[in-house]
Design a protein around this ligand. Structure first.
Ligand code: FPP
Length: 246
């Protein structure tokens, strides 16, 4: 039986988030420059997006560029931005064919104009697609997101738009970039690193964490199904006991 056949399609994670790590090391291992690792990383993006949509994942969020990534060498940042534009142009058909809506989270105003415009164009073109939401985290940092949420909420309290007592989970969710997304069910990180790196800190409160040593450019749909199988073998208790769940 294939890995895919072993999956229970009624118990798939609804929202999958991925920290795509290891592009640089993949290239280095092959004696290539880092940007070739990123180029090959885009192939994994395509495979994982298509496989997720095909199997029935509803929300897929990819950490494509963090607020900290701006500190990388200029040539690497430029290449990543060019790859983003190239991939958006190339993959719009894949998004339409699979009825995938593109969304983005992060400080999008920091992106070069060309990248921002292309992103806005593809988001507009795919806005009525309803099979899966693909969210790209670009110039994203969770602490930044939380800081702007706190500022917006405190501004509303100060101006009597909401009361301090009314602040709860749902008010906070409404002021995050991810306001239209449910909580993350499964967070995957490739390349063997076991850390969160300022990604969706609030949204992963009850997520299952899955770490694999596979480098992102080698990550394929079989690796994705392995992660889903692992997820399906876990008991999600949300603070309750096993007995309460059964
Ligand atoms: C981490 O690997 C990866 C990134 C910082 C960028 C991810 C980008 C892509 C997969 C390609 C473009 C994406 C889209 C959505 C078109 P790393 O460079 O930190 O690897 P290392 O830790 O081995 O150095």
């Amino acid at each position: 039986m294939t890995l895919k056949d072993q999956l229970n399609l009624d118990r798939l994670p609804k929202h999958v988030a991925i920290i795509m790590d290891g592009n640089g090391r993949w290239a280095k291992q092959k004696g290539l420059v880092r940007v070739i690792g990123h180029e090959n990383g885009t192939k994994s993006v395509r495979e994982v997006v298509e496989a997720s949509a095909e199997i029935g994942v509803k929300f897929l969020t990819l950490y494509a560029f963090s607020t900290e990534n701006w500190q990388r060498p200029k040539i690497e940042v430029q290449t990543l931005m060019k790859l983003l534009v190239k991939s958006l142009k190339k993959e719009i058909k894949t998004l339409q064919d699979n009825k995938i809506r593109l969304a983005a989270i992060g400080c999008l105003n920091d992106l070069p104009t060309k990248a921002r415009k292309e992103l806005e164009f593809v988001m507009e073109q795919t806005k009525t697609n309803n099979h899966m939401v693909l969210t790209l985290a670009l110039s994203y940092g969770s602490r930044e997101e939380l800081i702007q949420m706190v500022k917006e909420v405190s501004h509303k309290v100060k101006n009597n738009i909401i009361s301090e007592e009314s602040i709860d989970d749902s008010i906070i969710n409404k002021h995050l970039y991810t306001q239209e997304l449910p909580d993350v069910d499964l967070l995957i990180r490739t390349s063997g690193e076991q850390r969160i790196s300022n990604f969706l800190l609030w949204q992963i409160a009850y997520a299952e964490l899955y770490f694999t040593s596979v480098l992102w450019p080698d990550f394929n749909k079989e690796n994705l199904y392995e992660a889903f199988l692992d997820y399906q073998n876990r008991e999600r208790r949300f603070g309750k006991t096993s007995e309460q769940l059964n």
